[in-house]
Design a binder for this molecule. Sequence first.
Ligand code: R5P
Length: 288
Amino acid sequence: LRLFSGSANVPLAQEVARYLGIDLGPMVRKRFADGELYVQIQESIRGCDVYLIQPTCGPVNDRLMELLIMIDACRRASARQITAVIPYYGYARADRKTAGRESITAKLVANLITEAGAGRILAMDLHSAQIQGYFDIPFDHVYGSPVLLDYLASKQLTDIVVVSPDVGGVARARAFAKKLGDAPLAIIDKRRQAHNVAEVMNLIGDVSGKTAVLVDDMIDTAGTISEGARLLRREGARQVYACATHAVFSPPAIERLSSGVLEEVIVTNTIPVLEENRFKQLTVLSVA
Ligand code: R5P
């Protein structure tokens, strides 16, 4: 077994390597003057079972291209099996056509990864589970929820209501609610006017006097979570926690999340959280 890390999340890959009791494999990554990437695996991997860890987080095009080049390098070096470990699968939100003449980027990325030579995929909390079906190779879809739930349980919160910030996240929120002692569920009816602009419309369920736990797969600009939290406070929630696997944190996420409307923001390290993006209410849990 050989484990290599792309440049997207080296600390996570190092942690995984520590758990496995092995070192990360040696790999050179360079950038040419025109911006092209160069990757070379620096040991023989002929006949090996190779795992490549690379979330395709921002800058997403670079991270994705680096992953493709790593896979291609391993295939051409006669690795027996190549598993792409993609803790955060970028381009996942365009998983179907919602208007004419759009691309389905989640499928396009699946084609690229397969064509490059990956034989197996391990991904975490895909934006939609059906993305697994865009691949015709074995696919392990794992979840950040055990880590998030263990942490929430350790806080011994009372009077919890689990809240889905949109209709698409109900199944995820229901699974959380079940694990949190069959907590009640509430749903925010969110309507979007434009990409990355969330507009909260309506709350289905009762949060009055309760501890609301908002659950989402990712926090990007934090519009969804912060507007959701405001609505929950207006509806009488005592305190609001936010939980998400992927801390995408595009501006102005940090300002929105640290504004005080949220008691705590709990995320995982599928995407590295930069030191300057850490704020008082933030907890980052490891999925290594
Ligand atoms: C949307 O369907 C996703 O599950 C997230 O709610 C969304 O991508 C979060 O984006 P933002 O933080 O920019 O509102």
